[in-house]
Design a protein around this ligand. Sequence first.
Ligand SMILES: [Zn+2]
Length: 199
Amino acid sequence: MSLRTDIKKIQNLVHVRADGVFGPITARATLDALRDEQRVVYEPGTEIDDRSAKNIATLLPRARDNFEKFYRLANATAATMGCEYILISGNRTWEEQEKLYNQGRTTAGNIVTNAKPGSSWHNMGVAGDCGVFQNGVYLDNSNPKLARRVHIACSKHAKACGLKWGGDWKKFKDIPHYQLKVSESLSTARKLHLEGKWA
Ligand SMILES: [Zn+2]
C-alpha cells in the first residue's frame, strides 16, 4: 500500500480520474463530497417544483416515494452549490421511446439513446432523468462542468433512496439518469409489461 494507492481510492469515491495525484480537481471533488455528507438532511416537508412533481407522478407507485425522497435530498445538496436539481423526465411510453430511438437513425438529429422501445427502464415507469438548473437556466447545456459536479454530488443520495445512478455504469455513463433498484431483470419486466402485469 502506498499513499498513491490511497489517493486513487479517494479519487474513485469522488468520481474523478484516478491518477493518484491529489490536485485541485480531486481536492474540490473531495470537499464537495465532505460538505455533502455534513450538511444534508432529509426534510419531508420541503416543496417540490411543478416539473419534478409532474414527472414523479408519471412513475409507478412503487417508485414514487424513492424519487420523492431523492429529490428532496438532492435539492438540499444542489442548493449548497447554488443550483437546483430537477426531475426533467420520468416514465416514457413505448411510442415515445421509438421516436427517440429513431432520432439520428431514420429521423433528423443526433443519436440520443441505444434503447429500443421496451429496452429502457424509463418505459417501465421506474426511471427518471435529472437536470441541473440555476435561475431557470439549464446548466447541463450552458455550464456542463458545474452541472457535472452537481450531478456527482447529488448522486450520493441515490443508494440511500433505493435508486441506482447511471453514472455508476461501466459503459455509457449516464449521469442525469436514476432508476429504482428492482429485483426483476429488464427482460422479465418487459414480458410482464407486455402481459399487462407490470406494476
Ligand atoms: Zn434516463
